[in-house]
Write a protein that binds this ligand. Structure first.
Ligand code: ATP
Ligand code: MG
Length: 277
């Protein structure tokens, strides 16, 4: 794949601490083209920090360095706050775990789904509404008009996540970063939402960076997999080969499938971290 929308070389992220700075992401290099790339790894391995760096959403204290941090031909290292605001919600979007925290309970769904259009386009109110209804339909909501007029509290978890996806995709971003987009949902819904994400990724010609704990699930939805441990990418392989991964670490992650019992708890870290913060 030569046509990479995202190109990262030697990304490092550190946090200052009393004992000196703690590196949480170390020389990570990756590219994403028109495909689904999964970023997997044990808890604390640096997946979310990597995703947040790409979106310009690192905590203020974080120190970031990269030899290259390029999105769609733009050097992200040079963006100022307004540049990031222009990019987020138009060029790239972030889908998070739980719609409860991402949707504003005070506003109707329609307004939230349209928000990116309001910020980033000159469409009229009726054009925005039309696009929002169309998008609500595309994400598989059966009564778009009713959902459009509802408040988030009226939605089930699965519907909420579909609304989130509609809001994130409405302006046709080129890159989606989905950080554990389904771990708040039950298993059946997880598959529905991931199938939806994959279908829309293909239909819109988007790129998807899928951050996940669940390797078995990832093997069914991603094209390529990057395995992180202690801030580093330690293995790269096609998703279809995950079940035959050779390294003990990746095999351990494959076997440690999140289950109903571990849901909502942190997954075991497979090895002791000497640099825990
Ligand atoms: N604000 C912060 N200050 C200092 N360290 C932080 C901060 N936020 C995260 N970290 C540390 O950075 C490391 C990487 O965190 P990150 O959230 O990227 O892990 P993760 O791979 O997404 O884990 P999980 O699977 O649990 O979501 C962790 O060791 C975490 O403790
Ligand atoms: Mg995370």
């Amino acid at each position: 794949m030569t046509d990479h929308i995202l190109n990262i070389e030697n990304l490092s992220i550190a946090f200052p601490s009393d004992a000196g700075s703690v590196q949480v992401v170390k020389s990570v290099s990756l590219t994403v083209g028109r495909e689904i790339v999964a970023l997997v790894g044990e808890s604390g391995s640096g997946k979310s920090m990597t995703g947040r760096a790409i979106m310009g959403l690192l905590p203020r204290r974080a120190e970031i360095a990269a030899e290259r941090l390029a999105f769609d031909g733009q050097d992200l290292r040079t963006l100022n706050a307004s540049g990031w605001n222009r990019l987020r919600g138009s060029g790239m979007s972030l889908i998070l775990q739980d719609p409860k925290y991402s949707l504003n309970p005070a506003h109707r769904v329609g307004r939230q789904v349209e928000e990116a259009l309001l910020l980033h386009t000159r469409l009229s109110a009726s054009e925005r509404r039309e696009r929002a209804l169309d998008m609500l339909d595309k994400v598989g909501l059966t009564d778009p008009k009713r959902v459009y007029a509802s408040h988030p509290a009226a939605l089930s978890g699965g519907m909420g996540q579909r609304v989130m996806i509609a809001a994130m995709l409405i302006n046709r971003p080129k890159l989606i970063i989905a950080d554990e987009p389904t771990s708040a949902l039950d298993r059946g819904l997880q598959d529905q939402i991931l199938t939806l994400l994959r279908t829309l990724t293909e239909e819109f010609g988007m790129s998807l960076l899928l951050i996940s704990h669940d390797l078995q699930q990832v093997s069914r939805y991603a094209d390529r997999v990057l395995v992180m441990r202690r801030g580093e990418i330690v293995e790269r392989l096609p998703a279809a080969e995950l079940s035959n991964a050779q390294s003990p670490y990746t095999r351990g992650l494959w076997a440690a499938r999140p289950s109903a019992e571990t849901y909502g708890t942190r997954l075991p870290v497979l090895d002791e971290r000497e640099d825990a913060v």
